[in-house]
Write a protein that binds this ligand. Structure first.
Ligand code: XMP
Length: 176
């Protein structure tokens, strides 16, 4: 495993992204919705850096069922607070192919928020397969499978305080 971003790097990138969100929201109330489970660590750090009145909730979306293989996406909105007429910020860990963000945004738009924007910790360069882009991204990274700071491989490594890229030998053939 190779460290890509240290805990200090992550802090700097998240603070800078929070500043941009604060400036653009200019003190107006915001409903912040984290996409479970990968956004948990970012969500916890980000909401403590936001300076407007905020509500916080979660939505569950899962596509990586095993290892790094993408499965069909399932979205569960049962835990999500009411978003109609509110300014919403969707928070996710990583924008890879973009299918997760695009589908969750599409579903949330149908619930008629006043506005909806998205932010991600990481954007993988050159991997997008959709025509939406996150509104805010803390870091651009190359096309490698990463873990730590909320991101997992087979449910491991979410608790690492830094971000690491798995080496090819650390990824099981079955999960590719
Ligand atoms: P898509 O391809 O839909 O992916 O943009 C979004 C979701 O897939 C997971 N994902 C990853 N998880 N390391 C991880 O631990 C990765 O490199 C990675 N790439 C995608 C993640 O849950 C994300 O929300």
């Amino acid at each position: 495993m190779k460290t890509l971003l240290s805990a200090d790097d992550l802090r700097t990138g998240v603070v800078s992204m929070a500043d941009r969100i604060n400036r653009s929201q200019a003190g107006k109330p915001l409903t912040v919705i984290g996409v479970l489970t990968g956004s948990l660590v970012l969500l916890a750090d980000l909401i403590r850096l936001l300076d407007m009145p905020s509500r916080v909730g979660v939505v569950q979306a899962s596509s990586y069922r095993e290892g790094i293989k993408r499965g069909p996406l399932t979205i569960n909105v049962e835990l999500m607070p009411k978003i109609a007429t509110r300014d919403v910020l969707l928070v996710d860990d990583i924008f890879d192919t973009g299918h997760t963000l695009s589908e969750v945004m599409g579903l949330m738009k149908r619930l008629q928020p006043a506005s909806i924007r998205s932010c991600v910790l990481l954007r993988k360069v050159g991997c997008s397969q959709v025509d939406v882009e996150p509104d805010f991204a803390a870091f651009d990274i190359p096309d490698v499978f990463v873990v730590g700071y909320g991101l997992d491989y087979c449910d491991a490594y979410r608790n690492l305080p830094y971000l690491a890229a798995l080496e090819p030998g650390e990824i099981s053939r079955d999960s590719e």
